[in-house]
Design a protein around this ligand. Structure first.
Ligand SMILES: [Ca+2]
Length: 563
C-alpha cells in the first residue's frame, strides 16, 4: 500500500525507460521484440520518449537532496547538551537538533566499531553482513550494495573521510579487495584499523597536515572542501565522515584544552559497582568490567570525563565547520544532515567501562536528522520511536529516490521525521559475538522493554543461563531486573517470543561463513548446555567421562562425532 506520508519519488532516467518499455511491451510480439519493431513503432517510441527525456535532463540531478552523514566513535547519548547533560558544551550539535529532529530510542544493533560500521553502510544486521572483529571482513557482493556504492552508481558525487573500520574481501576468507577508495570521488579515509589522531599518519589527508594536525578538525576541513567543490557542479553529493573521536586512547586536540579544565562532572545515577550487582555474572567476564578501574572511572572520574568530552567538543567544532560551509555555499536548503555514533560508552555506569555489552549506555546512541525541506524542521521535535543503525542506508537511498536492496533490515527514518509519533520497528536485536565467549549474548529491545539472554554456563564460576528484563519506559537506567518478577510474566513471554523470532531470522538469513552459524545453537534458549559446549569445542564432564570409559573398554566409538 502506498504510504500517504511519502512524497512521490521521481524515477531515474533508466527507471523511466524501463517503465516505458514495460508499458509498451504488451504491444510487441512475444517472440522477439527487438526484431519485430517496425519503423512506425520506432517513431512512435521516439515521440513518446522525447518529452520525458527532456524533463529528465532538466530535473533529474537538481531535485535530489545532498546527503551529509556524520558519525562519531564511542560516543554515548548523555555526552550532549541536547540530550540533557548540563556539564558539556556541544553548541553545533545542539543547534542541529533544534533545527532538525532528535531521536531518543536509537540503538546500534551491534555496539562495536567494525560490525556497527558494516551495518551502517549496508542496512543489514551483523549476521547478514558477516563482518566483525574475530569473525571476518565483508564480502565484495555485500559491499557493492552499500549506500555509498549505490549512490555513486546513481550519479551522486561521493566522499568519505575518517575511520573506515572494516575490510572487504572478494569472497569469504578470500583475497583482500583494495578498491574501496575508488568507490568515492574524494577519499580522505583510513583503511588501517583504528586510524590515528595525527593527521600526518593518514596519507589521504596529507593536504590538511599543516593547518589541522589533529584529525578531528581535519575532517571538518575535508568536508568543507568537498561541499565547496560539489556546490560548483550539478551533481547531488553524499559526504560521509567517520570521526575517530572520542575513541580511546584519548588524544584530544590541545586547541581545546581550556574547555573543561578543572571541571567536575555529575555522575549518572547508575554510576558505580553498587549499581551493577543485579547484572548477570557473564557480563563481568571480559575487559568491560575491569575497565571501570583500569580506565579510571573509579578514581579519576572528572579527569577522564574532561578528556572524553574535550574530544567530543572537537567533533562538535568540526560539525560546525561543515554546517557553516553548507550555509555559505547555499546548498544547505537542499542538504539532509544526519549525526550519530557507531556505539555508545559505559563511562562508569553500573561499574563498567567501554562498550560491546547490551546495556543502554553501550548500545543506545545520539541520533539527529535535519532535513531543511520538511515542514517539521525547526519545531524542536523529538521522536521516541525505536530506530537502529540499520536504518541509515535505506533512509539515504530513499532520500535519493533509489530502491532499497532486498535483504535490508533497516527502514526509512523520514517516515518518523514526517510523523514523530509513528513507528518503524516493533523490535530490534542487540548482538554481541565479539570478545570472550561468556560475554556473547543476543538481546531484543522494543520501545518499552529490553530482554537479554546469557547462554554461557560454568558452574564453578557461578554462571548459568540467565535472563534480564528491563522496563525501559519506567527504568531507563536499568536498575531493576524484572525477569523473575511474577507480575512481568506476560511481558517476559512476549519478549522471549521476539527473541526467538530474531534468532530464527539469524538462522535462516545469516551468512554461512565467518563463524556465524554456531550462534543458532548457542543462543537457542531451548538447547541444553551440553550441546552448546560441543559447539564451543569443549567437552563436558559427562562426555569426557564417557570417552574415558570407552577408552578403558577399548571399544570403538560408533556414534560418530558432531564435529
Ligand atoms: Ca566505536
Amino acid at each position: 500500500m502506498k504510504d500517504p506520508l511519502m512524497p512521490t519519488i521521481q524515477p531515474t532516467i533508466s527507471e523511466r525507460l524501463r517503465l516505458l518499455v514495460k508499458s509498451v511491451s504488451p504491444f510487441a510480439p512475444r517472440k522477439c521484440a527487438s526484431q519485430s519493431l517496425t519503423l512506425g513503432r520506432l517513431l512512435l517510441l521516439g515521440l513518446l520518449l522525447s518529452p520525458l527525456l527532456g524533463t529528465f535532463s532538466h530535473t533529474q540531478a537538481d531535485d535530489r537532496p545532498n546527503l551529509v552523514f556524520l558519525m562519531s566513535d564511542d560516543q554515548c547519548t548523555y555526552s550532549m547538551g541536547c540530550y540533557g547533560n548540563e556539564d558539556v558544551q556541544t553548541p553545533n550539535l545542539d543547534g542541529l537538533a533544534r533545527r532538525g529532529m532528535m531521536f531518543d530510542n536509537h540503538y546500534d544493533t551491534t555496539a562495536i566499531c567494525m560490525a556497527s560500521r558494516a551495518t551502517v553502510m549496508t542496512g543489514m544486521f551483523e549476521f547478514k553482513t558477516g563482518c566483525n572483529f574475530s569473525h571476518g571482513a565483508m564480502t565484495l557482493d555485500t559491499w557493492q550494495k552499500s549506500y555509498p556504492v549505490l549512490l555513486k552508481e546513481a550519479g551522486y558525487r561521493t566522499a568519505f573521510a575518517g575511520k573506515f573500520g572494516f575490510g572487504v574481501t572478494v569472497e569469504p576468507d578470500g583475497a583482500k579487495y583494495t578498491e574501496i577508495p575508488k568507490a568515492f570521488d574524494k577519499w580522505g579515509g583510513g583503511l588501517d584499523g583504528q586510524t590515528s589522531y595525527k593527521t600526518k599518519e593518514n596519507e589521504a589527508m596529507k593536504d590538511y597536515v599543516d593547518e589541522y594536525p589533529h584529525s578531528t578538525l581535519s575532517y571538518g576541513a575535508f568536508g568543507s572542501d568537498f561541499i565547496r567543490e560539489s556546490a560548483k557542479g550539478d551533481q547531488p553529493f553524499c559526504l560521509s565522515i567517520s570521526f575517530k573521536a572520542p575513541h580511546k586512547p584519548a588524544e584530544p586536540d590541545s586547541k581545546f584544552d581550556d574547555v573543561y579544565k578543572g571541571k567536575t562532572f555529575k555522575k549518572p545515577a547508575n554510576y558505580g559497582r553498587e549499581n551493577g550487582t543485579h547484572f548477570a555474572k557473564q557480563s563481568q567476564m571480559d575487559r568491560q568490567y575491569e575497565r571501570f578501574h583500569s580506565w579510571n572511572y573509579s578514581d579519576k572520574y572528572d579527569q577522564v570525563m574532561a578528556t572524553y568530552h574535550q574530544q567530543i567538543y572537537g567533533v562538535d567544532q568540526a560539525v560546525g565547520m561543515i554546517l557553516e560551509t553548507l550555509a555559505e555555499t547555499g546548498v544547505d536548503k537542499n542538504t539532509v544532515v544526519i549525526y550519530t555514533s557507531d556505539n555508545g560508552f559505559l563511562c562508569g555506569s553500573h561499574g563498567y567501562g567501554s562498550k560491546v555489552l547490551p546495556y543502554e549506555e553501550s548500545t543506545r546512541v545520539p541520533m539527529i536528522i535535519f532535513d531543511p525541506r520538511e515542514a517539521n524542521s525547526g519545531r524542536e521535535l523529538r521522536s521516541d520511536a525505536l530506530t537502529g543503525n540499520c536504518d541509515f542506508a535505506p533512509t539515504m537511498l530513499k532520500l535519493a529516490g533509489l530502491p532499497v536492496p532486498p535483504n535490508v533490515d533497516g527502514r526509512d527514518l523520514m517516515k518518523l521525521y514526517r510523523d514523530p509519533t509513528a513507528e518503524i520497528h516493533t523490535a530490534l536485536p542487540l548482538i554481541n559475538v565479539w570478545g570472550k565467549a561468556p560475554t556473547h549474548s543476543l538481546s531484543v529491545v522494543t520501545k518499552d522493554h529490553k530482554y537479554i539472554y546469557w547462554y554461557y554456563t560454568d558452574k564453578e564460576q557461578g554462571m548459568k543461563p540467565t535472563e534480564e528484563l528491563y522496563q525501559l519506559n519506567k527504568d531507563p537506567l536499568e536498575m531493576e531486573n524484572l525477569a523473575t518478577n511474577p507480575e512481568m510474566e506476560p511481558v517476559l513471554k512476549q519478549m522471549r517470543e521476539k527473541y526467538d523470532s530474531q534468532l530464527k531470522d539469524w538462522v535462516s538469513q545469516g551468512v554461512s561463513y565467518n563463524g556465524y552459524q554456531k550462534y543458532g545453537t548457542l543462543f537457542d534458549r531451548n538447547i541444553d548446555w551440553e550441546a552448546k559446549a560441543e559447539v564451543l569445542g569443549k567437552q563436558s564432564a559427562n562426555k569426557a567421562a564417557a570417552k574415558k570409559r570407552r577408552k578403558k573398554a577399548d571399544k570403538p566409538n560408533t556414534a560418530g562425532s558432531p564435529n
